[in-house]
Design a protein around this ligand. Structure first.
Ligand code: H2B
Length: 95
């Protein structure tokens, strides 16, 4: 799957809630803050199941009520539609 070009990427980012482009990693990032660890981990559980279903996995970290997620496609060495589609599912879990 090819990397998204700049114009495609800008359009795709408009489909998402608050993700930013990391040019160094050719990736998108978003941080989430929950009421407490339990809420954060419940969110991570849902994301993990969606990632398994999509066979597309996040680069992420969790500190107490915060979850920081970076999405990029290893096979393409950059941002692809697979990242955008997973980000959309992630946004839905965080609403
Ligand atoms: C064989 C390859 O690792 C798999 O198809 C999947 C696993 N999950 C993945 N996740 C991400 N972010 N990028 C990939 O290229 C990727 N590849």
């Amino acid at each position: 799957m090819p990397k998204l070009e700049a114009t495609e990427r800008e359009a795709a980012l408009k489909e998402l809630d608050g993700w930013t482009f990391d040019a160094e990693r050719d990736a998108i990032r978003r941080s989430f803050k929950f009421a407490d660890f339990s809420e954060a981990f419940a969110f991570m559980t849902r994301v993990a199941l969606a990632a398994e279903t999509a066979n597309h996995h996040p680069d992420w970290s969790n500190v107490w009520n915060r979850v920081d997620i970076l999405l990029t496609t290893h096979d393409a060495a950059g941002l692809t539609r697979r990242d955008i589609d997973l980000a959309k599912r992630i946004d839905a879990f965080a609403r």
